[in-house]
Design a protein around this ligand. Structure first.
Ligand SMILES: Nc1ncnc2c1ncn2[C@@H]1O[C@H](COP(=O)(O)OP(=O)(O)O)[C@@H](O)[C@H]1O
Ligand SMILES: [Mg+2]
Length: 255
């Protein structure tokens, strides 16, 4: 949505609007590669007209409404283990604290490691039904690894009330069971499991505030999406549903 209509493939390259902090992001992506992480685009350069070039990653990227293959158990497990691999590598890369990282979806508590922050289906390249790579690091920022797990859970479980998920996700997804599968495939330590439902609520507030800023700024893509999806009432419903089911999620994670 952010770069709607402005991302192009040119053969082996993708060209897209360069984020403000493209130089720092490119250095980060190159450091990931040097540390052996091969599941992200490799930056190729910046053009004179404010665009960036990255390697194109072959595969499939899901768009809503998400088909059944995107929400299989195997797909979810592959997302969890890919996020873990990213975090293990990311933890080894020094964060450039002067880089001006995006605040849009950043962990309000900060952190020593760069998180992706936007691991939604549209930002994961699949091959053979498994997550093969993460793309679109525009919203990456320092944060707790748990924050990135929470953001990923929002989109991949998804952590949405059934009414809000309808129309985007296949029906009948078992949220507590899928949250557990994500935590297991990520290898989330026991001490973080008890905290995860609360952090998902915090992440939902941050996502809502992000949408509110875009809408207040008159961004037509976000205004239209908000209206089509049921306005702020939908956000109220999502937040109530998370709070109402907090104990169920915690029990599923710790069982
Ligand atoms: N490096 C890449 N390799 C493969 N596909 C890509 C790559 N970059 C972008 N895409 C495709 O273009 C779409 C939009 O690109 P993205 O960078 O996510 O833009 P936006 O900022 O609008 O979300 C993605 O969902 C994906 O399908
Ligand atoms: Mg994207």
């Amino acid at each position: 949505m952010a770069n709607a209509g402005a991302v192009f493939r040119r053969g082996a390259l993708v060209e897209r609007p360069a984020p403000r902090n493209a130089r720092a992001l490119h250095a980060y992506l190159l450091a990931l590669k040097e540390h052996g992480f091969d599941a992200a685009p490799v930056p190729v350069g910046l053009t004179g007209d404010g665009r960036e070039q990255l390697t194109f990653i072959p595969g499939e990227v899901a768009l809503p409404p998400f088909r059944d293959w995107v929400m299989t158990r195997a797909a979810l497990e592959s997302v969890g283990s890919l996020l873990r691999r990213l975090h293990e590598t990311s933890a080894a890369v020094a964060v450039d604290s002067r880089a001006g990282w995006s605040r849009d979806l950043a962990d309000p508590e900060g952190g020593r490691m760069l998180c992706h922050n936007d691991v939604c289906p549209e930002n994961v390249v699949f091959r053979g039904g498994r997550a093969a790579a993460l793309i679109d690091f525009d919203l990456a920022a320092p944060g707790r690894p748990l924050w990135d797990v929470a953001m990923t859970a929002r989109y991949w479980v998804p952590m949405l009330d059934p009414g809000s998920a309808a129309g985007f996700y296949p029906s009948g997804l078992d949220a507590p069971a899928r949250l557990r599968i994500l935590a297991d495939s990520y290898g989330l330590p026991p001490r973080d499991r008890g905290e995860l439902p609360g952090v998902i609520e915090q992440a939902t507030e941050v996502c809502r505030a992000f949408v509110a800023r875009r809408v207040a700024g008159g961004d037509p893509v976000y205004c239209q999406a908000l209206a089509e999806r049921g306005g702020w009432e939908r956000w109220d419903r999502m937040q109530t549903w998370l709070a109402d089911h907090r104990k169920t999620f915690t029990a599923a994670l710790l069982r």
